[in-house]
Design a protein around this ligand. Sequence first.
Ligand code: ATP
Length: 662
Amino acid sequence: MDASNLAFPAGTTIWPGLAPYATIGRARYPDPSQATLMDLASSAIGPIGMVPGLIPLYKIVHGLVLKKHRYDITDVATKTILALGAVAGVRLLWNYVSPQVVDTVTCSYTVPLQSKLGACLEAWIGEHARGVVRRHRKLISSADGKQKDDSQQKDRYSTRLQSGWLWFEGHIFFFEYGTTQVSQETSPVAWGGPPRNSQPAPERSISVYAIHWFSAHALGRFISELTNPKHDDQIRYTEIHTLISGRNRWHTTKKPARSLATIDLDDRTKEMLVKDVETYVDPNRQQWYANRGIPYRRGYLFHGPPGTGKTSTSTALAGKLNSRLYIASLGALKDDRALKFVFGCLAKGDVLLLEDIDSAGIVRENMRDNKKKDSTGIKLAELLNAIDGAASVEGIVLIMTTNEPENLDPALVRPGRIDRQVYFGEINRFVARSIFLRMYQDEKAPGNDEEVINHQLHSLATAFAAKIPENKVTPAEVQTFLTFYADAQEAVDRVDQWIRDTLAAKAANRIISGEVSKEAEPFEVSVGEGGTFEYNSEVSDTDDENGETDEVRLRNYDSGLPDDYTPLGSEYGYGSGPETLSRTSSDRSSDRLSTCSSTSDESGPPGLGSEIDSVEACVLQHDTDIDQRMDICRWCKFYEGRIFHAVFLGPPCEGCGYRKGT
Ligand SMILES: Nc1ncnc2c1ncn2[C@@H]1O[C@H](COP(=O)(O)OP(=O)(O)OP(=O)(O)O)[C@@H](O)[C@H]1O
């Protein structure tokens, strides 16, 4: 090529990129330093430049680069486009032939996660497999029932172990979680077809692959090994996704599946619940629903006071079904988009637990007066739409919990949305006995005959249950009480007192555990004559000479205090003389605790002897303090939602070492 063939003025640098064009004709190559952008753009068209020239805006880019850098990008662009085209072609070809190649080279098993084998496989993977945790794009169903990858929509991701490797007898297998579309025959036209909003959800499955020639037998052995009865009691896990408040994100954990045996619920209710949900997830059931034109979904309302097992039962049910559990508190949802996010993450077989549906402000009034819409931003109509609207997912188990069912709008709990309502309430003696056994039956004293221990434990459980009044305390309360005592006998000894305190607290409508309520101020406990504690609804403060202590006088107290209430300290022989309750001013302003003290006689509590010269009763005001002290200190008493902690001045309390001022 001769540069003089070009119509460029002398001195113009001919860039290497222009060289191929120089032989084609000078007329198409204006001087880059003088030409307009349009001139340069049009120069891009030519036999070689034809390919990139077809790309919109290419001419402009070409002209810009030519003008600025005097470099013709046509050659590079053409080669790049040809390379990309080649890659796309190979990929297309691979997509076409890969199923055949994979089929030829590998063998595989695909197991539905809902099956028993699926559970065993998941347990194995949980224990032994290595793999990659990655963001997983959810597959959703389109209106025509076909699965599609909704890559446009954000928030359709979840994170979990997607695929990985596992070794078995020296063979490597590849596993991959996936979803397979369940073929669903539509119901006859006479039924009007499936319901308008019927959308079969993809079914979760897991596939295990092995190299055909080397590992096919090993894979077969692996699968039969999984079904070996010896793995029946293998630990199973429940994948729990909890919605992070105010965000479209899940916090995911995998916990050993909670057994339904650990749920204390009356047997009939438990049986009914398990049978109902098992019937629903039966593989043939979906077709049954479809044939009858009924949307394939099941909803449960668990209602009752806090701490009665609504959440625990949901977790155990998810474990029983080997399902993923999604937990979202409606109060944590910002708006309709968050609601869509939650429902959009679900696949067939998943359990969705919507907690505290009453707390989200979805109550009747809001339906009547939209202006009253709660700040949580979720409207009843939006929730109903998510549950069974056009975009709802079928095949999930929906559980809603509430403490106040009477506040819910009837539309939310109508049959079809809520199919079963289960009341979780305070316990009866039978349940109390079973909680007691559950808490202590694993404890084995070494060297003792197991049968004898069992017998003793059952007697203790019966004795314990006999002291629990029917339908007055919740399972959580009893369970928490029992956690304070490692020794079953001690729990039985102390339960009377605890029951009295708890009932009195309930009667006074005080918070049972946790912070002292505002109305509880000022401090009301006192040591009266004869060492008995008395309670005063009216308190008058009298500063003493130093202005340091307040006297709390005893007045008519009437708050349901049981007659046989045993005061703190009296059981240790304290407070025999006339005593005056006093509270130091500094304690009063302290946010940590309030104290009152009295001088005692010389007889100390067991183990502390006569070194004790006074006892203090303290009200602890922080949850953390309460928890710590309840765990470690045996000189605590629980009354009306407060912990009274006896402090023995002299040697510190053996249990927690507490002394006033520390
Ligand atoms: N029926 C029960 N069987 C077994 N454990 C229970 C039962 N009820 C409560 N518990 C225990 O009490 C604690 C709280 O229970 P859970 O969270 O299930 O109560 P809840 O009814 O969901 O309470 P809330 O309404 O406040 O959400 C858990 O540790 C749980 O193990």
